[in-house]
Design a protein around this ligand. Structure first.
Ligand SMILES: [Zn+2]
Length: 246
């Protein structure tokens, strides 16, 4: 086998490996995993935000509870004075009654605020619970999908390794300079070596000069297509001759 025959084989294996990579990247399971992961990250952020909000509300609730207690104390101490007979004049009593009405109003207002906050906190904790349940479900789905994906990959991986070994065996037989050239072309053109078909380059379809065909027929020279730069491969000489003669 000449160098070009080997290189042609090498490219076939290389393209097969590309196909495996593509399969792995385009796997529906992999896409599902990415989606689930994004969802989980998003929900986690949402969860943290709601948690923060709930904490703030709890903080406010504490403060208002203290204020409520203070007002209640003031109210009670006035009440005790009246009960204990410490209030002597009618005027003082009237003033205290007025103050009591004000304190009651304040207490009612604080009670409203507390009720509102409690409702908010309850709604928040409901939402938090909802998110947590969804996240647990998504996490389970993620780990199930991951297991499925891993076994899919393992299956591909076995074949992939076999092809890769064949390729590296071939690489040892090829001229390192030729491999370098091959890699450059493969990177820029997708394929580096192309079959000549009916006197045309199999890569870009440009018809090749008679002189090029002559040189290809003779053999071992490495000839590139003048148009696309790919290495031309003259595989089956008799067949190609027959074709080019038509
Ligand atoms: Zn070409």
């Amino acid at each position: 086998m000449g160098q070009l025959d080997l290189l042609w084989e090498y490219q076939n294996l290389d393209l097969a490996l590309d196909k495996y990579d593509k399969m792995r990247k385009n796997s529906p399971l992999r896409n599902k995993l990415i989606e689930l992961k994004n969802y989980l990250v998003q929900q986690q952020e949402h969860l943290m935000k709601l948690n923060e909000e709930a904490e703030k509300k709890n903080h406010i609730l504490n403060r208002i509870n203290h204020e409520y207690e203070d007002i209640l104390k003031a109210f009670k101490s006035d009440f005790d004075k009246v009960e204990g007979g410490q209030v002597r004049s009618v005027k003082q009593l009237e003033e205290m009654q007025k103050a009591a009405v004000e304190l009651k109003k304040k207490l009612a207002k604080k009670e409203e605020e507390i009720k509102g906050l409690l409702n908010d906190i309850q709604a928040l904790s409901g939402k938090l619970e909802e998110i947590r349940v969804c996240m647990v479900k998504a996490k389970k789905e993620y780990s199930d999908t991951k297991a499925e994906y891993d076994s899919e990959v393992a299956k591909i991986q076995k074949e992939y390794q076999e092809v890769k070994e064949q390729r590296s065996e071939l690489r040892n037989k090829l001229d390192p300079e030729l491999i370098k050239r091959y890699n450059r072309l493969k990177k820029s053109r997708g394929t580096a070596i192309v079959m000549v078909e009916q006197s045309c380059c199999g890569g870009c379809n440009m018809s090749l000069a008679a002189l090029v065909i002559e040189r290809l027929k003779k053999g071992d020279d490495i000839i590139e297509c003048e148009n696309c730069g790919r290495i031309l491969y003259w595989a089956n000489k008799t067949d190609a001759d027959a074709k080019s003669a038509v």
